[in-house]
Write a protein that binds this ligand. Structure first.
Ligand code: ZN
Length: 489
């Protein structure tokens, strides 16, 4: 590859595969009865099993298997047996000196995830989604909190043994943006299906990337580098962008890439070499002798699959965009928020205007959720909010602008749109005599504009309408204002 690669005229493309680790939403850990809980006092959720004390025996968590099957059903994976292996390595955060994971028989093999890419659906294939246990957490004591200048390290084993689903994609991703869409899609699916909390900031969802670059058109992959330590989708995009550029420059200058693990540093915006990458053989995988392979009952798998909604947010966005003529980007902002799309569709079903509902959801509702940090499920709203607002616009009570104000108030207070309108006296001025008086005032105050209109410049009528809207604080019906101005000139 390097012979072609040092040619400065060659264009490069990235080949990216992602490994997403999602902590499963179980009450207890993967192989013991300790609570699976974030934020507890260090080393309080531990027992002989997850501390790896001699003689302690693991027992598989049924719920973890159920959640893994739920995911497999959603992504159309081949769901197999639950066979566990030991992955052997020495590191202080893994007290047993091995991690129980899955090796050649993952519970979910294959599968696919659809993402939005340049306004269309694009398929990313999955290699596997297997079950394993999480490690403990090291806390390096020192100025920077990092290992290189630490004076000592404390270890919290509360996380050791927490069930993880490791979702491995095929190297189907080509750009940082596709990686972002893929993670958004997975996060939504895992969240909607109640499989994981998917909080990247708290570490309940973690993403590692395998990145290589190759000349455009080449079949063979370049040497791949594993990048770790991205704790938000934003850092994932930054890290990938940096790493792709770094590798491209190395090749352009005739250098070679070494297979290694690199650490993303948020502060300096670079990846740093951590260690050379282990090969699978280094881990001496062997079947976990303390756990029997579990063959899953086909009827049980089917029962779980039957409850899994088959629609991905990306596919739903495309369907809604086609059905109602929505702008795809705007629908996309709605489908990734749990419950929001269901709400919009339910309102449309009872008569709400589709486009207005979508706009309200993607603007006022999203703004409210971002501001309060709340969720759709937590909004105390009665059914029919969008439908009511739509009819208040249709019957001339509210302008579109006032409807948005009413909605903002509805979201805060939980009152119905009609209650807000009457309490705040927000109804649009439809009383013609009142409007006529204001129109006359505005016309009287703008003789130069009137001259221009009489001289044939119709565009400036908009200015007069704006003045009337201003005088009424947006409470006038713009169509009525237009009509009244026309009739006077
Ligand atoms: Zn335990």
């Amino acid at each position: 590859m390097s012979a072609v690669a040092s040619d400065p005229c060659v264009d490069y493309e990235a080949v990216i595969g992602l490994e997403v680790h999602a902590e499963l939403k179980t009450k207890t850990k993967m192989f013991c009865g300790c609570r699976n809980e974030f934020g507890a006092k260090p080393n309080t959720n531990v027992c002989p099993v997850c501390l790896g004390l001699p003689g302690a025996l693991p027992v598989t968590n049924r719920k973890a298997i159920e959640l893994a099957v739920r995911f497999g059903a959603a992504v159309d994976a081949k769901i197999g047996r639950a066979v566990f292996h030991r992955k052997n390595y020495f590191y202080p955060d893994m007290p047993k000196d091995f991690q129980i994971t899955q090796y050649d028989e993952p519970i979910n093999a294959g599968g696919k995830v659809e993402i939005l890419d340049a306004g269309a659906l694009h398929t990313i294939h999955l290699t596997r989604a297997h079950l394993e246990e999480d490690t403990g957490k090291s806390q390096h004591q020192g100025v920077s909190g990092r290992i290189h200048d630490a004076t000592s390290t404390l270890i919290d084993y509360n996380r050791a043994g927490v069930p993880l689903l490791e979702i491995v994609s095929e190297p189907d991703i080509r750009t940082p943006d596709q990686a972002k869409q893929y993670v958004n899609e997975l996060r939504a699916v895992l969240g909607f299906l109640d499989i994981s909390d998917v909080k990247m900031e708290e570490g309940s969802m973690r993403v590692d990337a395998n990145v290589s670059v190759r000349p455009v058109g080449a079949e063979a992959f370049g040497v791949k580098v594993e990048v770790k330590n991205m704790n938000s989708v934003r850092s994932l995009v930054r890290a990938l962008t940096y790493e792709i550029e770094r590798q491209t420059v190395v090749y352009r200058e005739g250098g070679r890439i070494v297979q290694e693990t690199r650490h993303w540093e948020e502060e300096d915006g670079r990846t740093h070499s951590m260690r050379s990458k282990e090969e699978a053989a280094d881990y001496r995988y062997f079947p976990e002798p303390d756990l029997v392979p579990i063959t899953l009952d086909q009827a049980w798998i089917e029962a779980i699959s039957a409850e899994v909604p088959g629609v991905f947010p990306s596919r739903r966005a495309v369907q809604l965009a086609e059905q109602y003529g929505f702008d795809l980007d705007r629908v996309a902002s709605v489908v990734y928020t749990p419950g929001l799309c269901d709400w919009v569709e339910a309102e449309i079903a009872i008569g709400a205007d589709p486009l207005r509902s979508l706009n309200w959801a993607s603007q006022e509702v999203m703004a409210h959720l971002n501001e309060t940090g709340g969720e759709v499920a937590g909004l105390a709203l009665s059914k029919g909010v969008f439908a009511d607002l739509s009819s208040l616009i249709d019957d001339g009570t509210l302008s579109k602008k006032l409807a948005r104000e009413v909605l903002t108030e509805v979201l805060v207070s939980g009152k119905s749109p009609r209650t807000v309108v009457s309490e705040k006296g927000l109804a649009q001025i439809s009383d013609e005599s009142e409007l006529e008086r204001i129109v006359a005032e505005v016309i009287g105050a703008n003789p130069e504009t009137i001259e221009k209109i009489r001289a044939g410049n119709k565009k400036v009528v908009g200015f007069l309408v704006g003045q009337v809207m201003k005088a009424t604080k947006g409470a006038a019906n713009p169509e009525a204002v237009h009509r009244l101005i026309d009739s006077r000139l």
